[in-house]
Every structure is written in C-alpha cells, then in structure tokens.
Write a protein that binds this ligand. Structure first.
Ligand SMILES: Nc1ncnc2c1ncn2[C@@H]1O[C@H](COP(=O)(O)OP(=O)(O)O)[C@@H](O)[C@H]1O
Ligand SMILES: [Mg+2]
Length: 227
C-alpha cells in the first residue's frame, strides 16, 4: 500500500540547509498498522507530511496504492488525499465554522459520496458523540474534538490513515480512550495505518514499529508481529 524509496528531505536555512530525513526506506502492506517513534525533532511529522503529499521530498519516491505521488501536481495530490487518505493531527484542525456533524460530513461531500449527513451522523454515534453533533469545535473538549477528527479522517473510508501524535494534546485517561477508539475503528475499516507516537506502549499495539533517529529510519524487529 505504501512504498518509500530512499526518501530524503531538507529544509532551507539561512546558513545552508537542514537535512531532516535521509535515505528512508519503508514498505507497508495493505491493512498493516505501523508505528513510528522517535525523539522530538527526529522528523516524524515531516515523514507524515511527505506521505500526505503536503510537501515534496528533496529526493526519493513515495508510492501509495501503486501510484508514485512524488511527481504529482497540486490538483492530483488533492485528489489523492480526497480519495485515499485520512489524516489526524495532534492539534485536531477542525473547521471552526462547522459543527461536529459538518466537519465529519465534509470529506464525504467533497468525495461526492451519497448520504453524507447520514453517514456522518452514524460515525459520530460510533465515536460516542451523537449528542454533540450540533456543537462547534469551540464548544467541545479536546478529547471530543479529537474524536470528531478521527471520525472525519475515516468518513470517506480512506485506504490509508495517517495519525500524528493523536493523543499528544490530551490527558492520559482521555488519550487512552482515544487510542482504543482509533484502533477499534481502524480494525473495522481495514485501513492501513501509520501512527506517529512517542509512547512506546501505544507503538507496541501496532504490527510493526519503526524508530526514527536523526533522520534515519530503522525497524525494531523485536516488536514485529510474525506474519
Ligand atoms: N518548515 C520547516 N522549516 C525548517 N525546519 C523545519 C521545518 N519543519 C520542521 N523543521 C525542523 O525539522 C526537524 C524535524 O521536525 P519534525 O518533522 O517536526 O520532527 P518531529 O515530528 O519528530 O518532532 C526539526 O529540527 C524541526 O525544527
Ligand atoms: Mg511532530
């Protein structure tokens, strides 16, 4: 489902450039759950941003569902995200002017799906927020906002779910509940999941665990689940 070949990324700085990822290789099968862990600043978010086609790499390639995304233009990348990707960020990123229901309906509507409102309503129910459907993000707690964000990310049944420290802004108890929900919903939809986390306990729940250190990616085979 995802094939990353020799991926490098650097950001321009006044004094030269900062290499953030170098020679990253990774193959992820359809339906696999993969965790990426590593210290702050090791390039985890950068890797997800590249996977989402939100920035172009300095070198190397990324194929999603057999399609090389590194040569695509902005329109084609937007199509890719609409059709195949769901993304959950650390800081929720809900549309403030839309209700919970509106936020979850949005990707279904954009993808031209039928019954957007009805499907969104079912998903909100699924994440335990049926009673909050008409609330705006500012009227929801952090945990509730993240539940809306997860429902939104899965609303259009993406092939790939990308999650960047989805519990990073939540207290431990709320975070644990959100993680339960994420794994449960992901198992139901069968999406391939790439989960960035600094929590090794959460990482262990994924089938494979990769460590990112100083821009280099290594798989921790001790945590790999036998096929
Ligand atoms: N847009 C940017 N411009 C310059 N440097 C950046 C930019 N984004 C991230 N960085 C730097 O790249 C490194 C990796 O960042 P990031 O991918 O966010 O790491 P992580 O998510 O693992 O904490 C950090 O040193 C960060 O300061
Ligand atoms: Mg990050």
């Amino acid at each position: 489902m995802i094939a990353i070949n020799n991926l490098s990324m650097s950001y321009p700085l006044e004094a030269g450039s900062l290499e953030v990822l170098s020679g990253v290789n990774m193959r992820i099968a359809d339906g696999e759950t993969v965790a990426i862990v590593g210290p702050s600043g090791s390039g985890k978010t950068t890797l997800l941003i590249l996977l989402a086609g939100l920035e172009a790499p300095a070198a190397g390639s990324i194929a999603i569902d057999g399609e090389d995304i590194t040569g695509l233009d902005a329109d084609a990348l937007a199509d890719l995200r609409r059709d195949k990707l769901g993304i959950v960020f650390q800081s929720f990123h809900l549309v403030p002017s839309l209700t919970a229901l509106g936020n979850v309906s949005l990707p279904i509507e954009i993808a031209g799906g039928n019954d957007a409102r009805e499907r969104a309503r079912r998903l909100l129910e699924r994440v335990g927020l049926a009673e909050r459907a008409q609330h705006y993000p500012s009227q929801l707690s952090g945990g509730e906002q993240q539940r809306v964000a997860i429902a939104r990310a899965l609303a259009h049944s993406p092939n790939v779910l990308l999650a960047d420290e989805p519990t990073g802004n939540l207290d431990l108890k709320t975070g644990a509940k959100i993680i339960e929900m994420l794994f449960e919903l992901n198992a139901e939809t069968g999406s391939t999941m790439v989960l960035v986390t600094h929590d090794t306990e959460i990482a262990r729940r994924c089938q494979r665990v990769f460590y990112l250190d100083d821009g280099k990616l290594v798989e921790d085979s001790q945590h790999a689940v036998p096929a």
